[in-house]
Design a protein around this ligand. Structure first.
Ligand SMILES: C[S@@+](CC[C@H](N)C(=O)[O-])C[C@H]1O[C@@H](n2cnc3c(N)ncnc32)[C@H](O)[C@@H]1O
Length: 295
């Protein structure tokens, strides 16, 4: 007999969410499983190549240098203001985050603190993260929260605009772009399915200004389709259109001009855009003494 896996249960419950005979609790379990296993049942062939299989196998047999083991989940740095806010936030609107996200946020968001900027957070839920961003970035930030649930409209205030819509709907984003521009920070913490994540990135990353940062979180499961999508972008970042000459010079492709870096963390993708677009990438040599073996 086949074992009943979390993915199977999740799919069964989620497929039957409209069934009125299913209790509220069962529906809640289904939604929760969906949250944690968004793509575990994903197509294993999403990243199908011998080299991908080799990396996967290398990782599965991992025997790297042991490091000191923490007692529990990663603990963000004590002086991380977001972590401090989260730890002290014991009452009021709920915030729901993986603990290891806090250091990633601070690493990529710190330069925007105190600056005049626009942030989009897809996925509002109980509104607590909106308060955290306002506290962290300061008075000059304007937050555009996006959620599919009308109930989230109640989190609007002077610094926060709430947009109700489906992040997987391209026409929602087309309309959004007519109302909001110049978004320096976009955090996708919405429905977490690969299609929602891909549509959101395709619709919004290209229009974000130079120097902006895009984070997609909750990319769950091995061979996740959104990971495969992001790997496509990584591949293009390494394009090498070299020109003949004494030193390696490569004409920057549109992606290399636009994107500065792509970072993967557990369940997270971070993309930073260049502040100034390079027209080429080059590797000059400095020094006068060279070994003969490389010509
Ligand atoms: C994980 S919660 C957000 C948590 C919140 N950012 C926090 O830190 O506490 C996910 C939210 O995404 C919303 N959501 C789910 N599917 C969506 C979709 N297709 N478009 C927009 N929002 C969606 C849900 O209604 C829910 O409020």
């Amino acid at each position: 007999m086949k074992p009943i896996t979390a993915s199977f249960l999740e799919r069964f419950i989620y497929d039957n969410l409209q069934d009125e005979t299913m209790s509220r609790t069962t529906k809640k379990i289904g939604k929760m499983l969906r949250f944690f296993h968004a793509d575990e049942a994903a197509d294993r062939s999403a990243l199908d190549s011998p080299d991908y299989a080799r990396g996967l196998s290398f990782g599965e047999r991992w025997s790297g240098t042991p490091v000191a083991e923490a007692d529990g989940s990663p603990v963000p740095a004590a002086d991380n203001p977001l972590w401090k806010y989260f730890c002290e936030h014991e009452e009021g609107p709920g915030i729901w985050k993986w603990t290891h996200y806090f250091d990633v946020y601070h690493r990529h968001f710190a330069r925007f603190r105190g600056q005049k900027a626009n942030m989009v957070e897809v996925g509002i839920y109980s509104g607590g993260s909106l308060g955290m961003w306002k506290d962290y970035f300061g008075r000059n930030i304007h937050i555009h929260g996006v959620d599919i649930e009308d109930a989230c409209k109640c989190y609007e205030d002077q610094q926060t605009t709430v947009h109700i819509g489906d992040q997987e709907d391209r026409s929602f984003w087309a309309d959004f772009r007519t109302k909001v521009d110049n978004i320096q920070i976009l955090l996708d913490d919405g429905g977490h399915t690969p299609d929602q994540q891909m549509v959101t990135l395709e619709e919004m990353l290209p229009v974000m200004p130079p120097g902006s940062v895009y984070i997609c979180e909750d990319i769950h499961g091995v061979s996740n389709r959104f990971t495969a999508f992001a790997a496509g972008l990584v591949t293009l970042l390494n394009a090498q259109n070299t020109e003949p000459g004494p030193i390696p010079v490569a004409t920057a492709t549109p992606i290399q001009q636009s994107l500065c870096s792509i970072h993967f963390y557990p369940y997270m993708l971070v993309i930073e855009k260049n502040a100034v677009a390079p027209s080429r990438l080059e590797a000059p040599k400095h020094g006068t003494e060279w070994q003969p073996f490389l010509g």
